[in-house]
Design a protein around this ligand. Structure first.
Ligand SMILES: [Zn+2]
Length: 280
């Protein structure tokens, strides 16, 4: 595609201080990025997992009500997050299966970004419609990724977007890097050790309502090993990475924003001191 720059040299990612996954369903983070999360959490990264939908459609069992399924999947997600060493799990609770990248969802995403203030955000690829020759990408995956992109920019980092968030005390936040999960080759790989891979599998195994781990383990290991092999690693997960703000520019942007807020406060104070005359 025209907008994808040619990858000259694949980069090896280093663990950031904090990261946030923004994905549609319980288990999406484990499938796409379980090795990354396990590796980074082990290195001390503070990880927040944002699950956009409530997972209420994910079962063929007719004896389970959607409300029961939502609770069950939240419990599974909590256990999986614990296995991975995730610090925070946030469920945005949008209805599973019908997700759209609406302005309301963009605001919800901007809100959690401003609350948890991650350096790095991991999301899916909103352009990925198909996988190989036998898989239609779930529309929720694309919708969550699309909303995540525009929640980061131009919403989380601009005080003029969703002023109700400022009223909640949530200052703009500049995300440094965006990691977009890739099924094939990406611009950046996260090496995954044998131990981190075992953790990924153990976390996936907690999603018992979704699959038997015995049915998916082989596929997950093979796919992750295939990527690892290209980079002399036991396993690896790949991403297209956009560097949105260098660490220094994040500080400068935050300082400029604070300066502007002070000027606005001064202007308000001036206006209060000298009220404009009305009706002349
Ligand atoms: Zn999913």
């Amino acid at each position: 595609m025209a907008d994808v720059p040619e990858v000259k040299e694949v980069k090896i990612a280093t663990p950031p201080a904090s990261a946030m996954t923004i994905l549609a369903h319980p288990d999406d983070a484990e499938f796409g990025s379980g090795g990354t999360i396990a590796t980074w959490a082990q290195a001390g990264t503070e990880i927040t997992m944002v699950i956009v939908t409530d997972g209420s459609k994910g079962s063929p069992d007719r004896t389970l009500t959607p409300a029961q399924l939502i609770l069950l999947r939240q419990e599974e997600q909590a256990r999986a997050a614990k296995v991975l060493g995730v610090a925070h799990v946030v469920h945005l609770g949008h209805e599973d299966g019908y997700l759209q990248p609406t302005i309301a969802l963009r605001r919800d995403i901007a809100r959690v970004i401003r609350q948890y203030r991650p350096e790095v955000i991991i999301t899916g690829d909103p352009d990925a419609r198909f996988g190989g020759e036998n898989y239609i990408n779930h529309p929720d995956h694309r919708a969550a990724a699309e909303a995540a992109l525009y929640g980061i920019f131009p919403a989380a980092d601009n005080h003029n977007y969703f002023p109700e968030l400022l009223a909640e005390g949530l200052e703009p936040h500049y995300v440094q890097s965006l990691y977009i999960q890739q099924w094939g080759d990406g611009s950046t790989v996260v090496p995954v050790s044998e131990e981190a891979m075992n953790t990924k599998i153990a976390a996936l195994a907690e999603h018992k309502s979704q699959f038997d781990i015995k049915d998916v383990e082989k596929f997950v290991r093979e796919r992750t090993a295939e990527i690892g092999k290209k980079h002399d690693q036991p396993y690896a997960e790949t991403y297209r990475v956009l560097v949105l703000h260098e660490p220094r520019s994040v500080k400068e942007a935050a300082a400029a924003e604070a300066e502007q807020t002070m000027q606005e406060t001064d202007a308000v104070a001036e206006a209060v001191k000298e009220p404009a005359s009305v009706g002349e």
